[in-house]
Write a protein that binds this ligand. Structure first.
Ligand SMILES: NC(=O)c1ccc[n+]([C@@H]2O[C@H](COP(=O)([O-])OP(=O)(O)OC[C@H]3O[C@@H](n4cnc5c(N)ncnc54)[C@H](OP(=O)(O)O)[C@@H]3O)[C@@H](O)[C@H]2O)c1
Length: 262
């Protein structure tokens, strides 16, 4: 991957000090530095990562994997390595058959050296509570997930999740508000958040002014079809963003990082 453009906005002094020259070929250390979170955030900092086609589709043949490229996969893994928690909507967890985060021994060691837990926790948001206790989220995870759900959740599903080892946190309303999400992440001590969508959850975060950052991969393909885009919500809203940087890969993939203007 090559640095095509360095914006003027840095979220940490470390990133500003070590910014590579435009045109540099980036190794994993350089990519980790470019995507470093703000130094010691005092609240959950919500970064979201998506891949989309050139024509704005969020899936190809029903899955985000259909849009994947080697550069996107590389960044996906690096972003997971940098976070305390992966925040994901239940629609995405179900559609993509999510398991827990899987990291190499080297990545775990780097995290521990940097003061993080060895493996990030998956936090799934679901109004209905419809997460199977025998799904990979629970059965194929080094760290048990947190299921953040509403008063509408089925009590037997919640009981099954708890007895399988998941942490289930219920809010009092029929849906989970952005305030509930941020307060829960904060209470759990998570500050570096990686939201992996989907469009429903991300749309809510954008509408509520809680999307701090977007890492958007543009996959070098057109797909047409009927798939939606990366954010949808009942009401449109404007969130001005800074361009932090643009990376490119030889196959045409573009990887951009955008940070919300203070
Ligand atoms: N291209 C990419 O990078 C990318 C990334 C992610 C997803 N996707 C694709 O996007 C599609 C899924 O889209 P989606 O909009 O359904 O995704 P989503 O936002 O993950 O799922 C929506 C569902 O998640 C739960 N949810 C989300 N926000 C909630 C909130 N604030 N409170 C309570 N529950 C909440 C609800 O689940 P319940 O029904 O359980 O209440 C809701 O029905 C899939 O095809 C997936 O492959 C693509």
């Amino acid at each position: 991957m090559q640095l095509l453009d360095n914006g003027t906005y840095f979220t940490s002094e470390q990133a500003a000090d070590s910014a590579p020259a435009v045109g540099s070929i980036l190794d994993d250390d350089a990519i980790r530095a470019l995507y470093s979170y703000p130094t010691q955030p005092d609240r959950p900092w919500i970064r979201t990562n998506f891949v989309a086609s050139i024509d704005g589709s969020v899936t190809a043949e029903g899955k985000s994997a259909g849009l994947g490229t080697p550069a996107d996969a590389r960044l996906f893994g690096i972003l997971r390595e940098l976070c305390d928690a992966v925040l994901v909507g239940a629609g995405t967890a179900r559609a993509e058959n999510y398991g827990g985060v899987s990291l190499s021994a080297e990545a775990k060691a780097r995290r521990v050296a940097g003061g993080l837990e060895p493996v990030p926790t998956i936090v799934v948001v679901t109004a209905s509570g419809s997460i199977d206790a025998d799904s990979r989220l629970v059965t194929d995870a080094d760290v048990q997930p947190v299921v953040l759900t509403s008063a509408a959740a089925d009590s037997s599903t919640v009981a099954a999740l708890r007895s399988a080892g998941a942490t289930v946190i219920g809010v009092s309303g029929e849906s989970v508000s952005t305030g509930d999400i941020v307060a829960t992440l904060s209470d759990l001590g998570f500050r570096r958040i990686l939201c992996e969508g989907g469009p429903g959850l991300f749309g809510q975060l954008v509408s509520d002014g809680a999307a701090d950052e977007l890492c958007l991969t543009t996959s070098p393909m057109l797909v047409a079809g009927e798939a939606g885009r990366i954010a949808h919500a009942g009401v449109a809203s404007d969130t001005p963003m800074h361009r932090a940087h643009v990376l490119g890969d030889a196959d045409g993939t573009l990887l951009t990082r955008w940070v919300r203007r203070p």
